[in-house]
Design a protein. Structure first.
Length: 377
């Protein structure tokens, strides 16, 4: 009589774990990876002069820039995923090991001061944990269980998870992407080797972990296998574009100015003041007053200075445009032309130059009052 296998209690409702993707044969066939091959152009690296080494590395780095340029369509698809997720209260989470993981940490750390994002909006998961950011733990990249565990703790449906792996086969990263997809997150992989073309099975494995594959191929490294070099440069360029383009699409930038910066240093405070002066086309006194009314928030201060609204009314106006400045500031071609004209006139009149005003730059005399706005609200 055939044996009947007993069903475990609750097994019917248990989520089936996604199929493990195909990897390099026995994880030992790394030699075929582009990032592991020796570079014929640097075979005499150890006998070059110092300036020769510098010039060679610079030429090789230029190849990384070109490789990223060829991936613009894939990068754009990833940006669209990120914008949709962040606009629907999702988050952007980078996952990586070694140099790739540190680049993800760097990108996540730069978003709040640059774009005024909440600290949890852009995050990073590093193989080996926080300590690995400062001291390498090479074996951490092979820990699939840790990759899955970190994603279970931090990723939810609606997020976008960007896996960063120069080789494209890092077990920690691929396991994290598998788990993220199982939890309903959208996934992107950034790799510095060409997408697999040898077998349909390999291409299917790639699609099983990522909705978008970004695969710049800068070629073999100057020092074979040292992916902190060209692969690291290419990866940083990709991450720069992912975050910057996403924040531009989300209205965190006006023109090419970071209007949501957090002015927590003297340099950034001075930059915030210049932003209000130049974008709102007002003199420094009015810009400072607007920043004070806005609690240091440059975007809000620009609306206050440009329109003459109170802080509360300016906040409501920004809410009506989804936070976008352009609809509030560029109401008509005439307004744009007038604002540009005044900006040029101020910048071209240095104190003491012929034709310059005797009054302090950026201020005009209007009815005997200093600090009157050149462009009326």
């Amino acid at each position: 009589m055939p044996r009947v296998r007993k069903r475990q209690p609750g097994a019917a409702g248990r989520r089936e774990r996604p199929r493990r993707p195909a990897r390099l044969a026995a994880r030992g066939d790394y030699a075929r990876l582009l990032t592991e091959r020796p570079n014929p152009r640097s075979r005499d690296l150890d006998v070059l002069s110092t300036v020769g080494i510098a010039r060679l590395m610079n030429r090789e780095d230029a190849g990384a820039v070109r490789a990223v340029g060829r991936e613009a369509p894939a990068i754009a698809r990833a940006v669209d995923l990120i914008v949709a997720a962040l606009g629907a209260r999702g988050r952007l989470i980078f996952v990586g090991a070694g140099t790739s993981g540190r680049l993800g940490v760097l990108e996540a750390a730069e978003c709040p001061p640059t774009f005024g994002t909440a600290p949890g909006l852009v995050q990073a998961i590093m193989a080996g944990g926080r300590a690995s950011v400062f001291r390498s733990r090479e074996g951490a990249e092979d820990d699939e269980a840790a990759g899955r565990s970190q994603v279970r703790k931090r990723v939810r449906c609606g997020d976008v998870v960007v896996g960063i792996s120069a080789s494209g086969v890092t077990p920690f990263v691929r396991a994290a992407l598998e788990e993220a997809r199982a939890r309903g997150a959208r996934t992107v992989i950034v790799r510095c080797t060409p997408q697999p073309r040898r077998a349909c099975r390999d291409r299917g494995a790639e699609r099983s972990v990522a909705d978008v594959v970004i695969a710049p191929a800068p070629g073999p490294e100057v020092i074979a296998g040292s992916t902190r070099l060209k692969a690291g440069t290419a990866t940083k360029l990709v991450l720069n574009t992912l975050t910057t383009a996403s924040m531009v699409r989300l209205g965190k930038v006006y023109g090419n100015r970071m209007v949501d910066l957090q002015p927590r240093s003297m340099k950034l405070q001075a930059r915030a003041l210049r932003l209000v002066e130049e974008i709102a086309a007002v003199p420094p006194v009015r810009a400072r007053r607007a920043l004070a009314e806005a609690g240091g928030r440059a975007r809000l201060a620009i609306v206050i200075a440009r329109t003459g609204l109170s802080a509360r009314a300016a906040r409501r106006a920004l809410g009506a445009t989804g936070g976008a400045l352009r609809p509030l500031l560029d109401r008509s071609p005439a307004a744009r032309a007038r604002q540009a004209s005044e900006r040029i006139r101020w910048s071209s009149r240095a104190p003491g130059s012929p034709g310059a005003s005797a009054h302090p730059p950026g201020r005009v005399r209007a009815r005997g009052v200093w600090g009157a706005s050149i462009v009326p609200p």
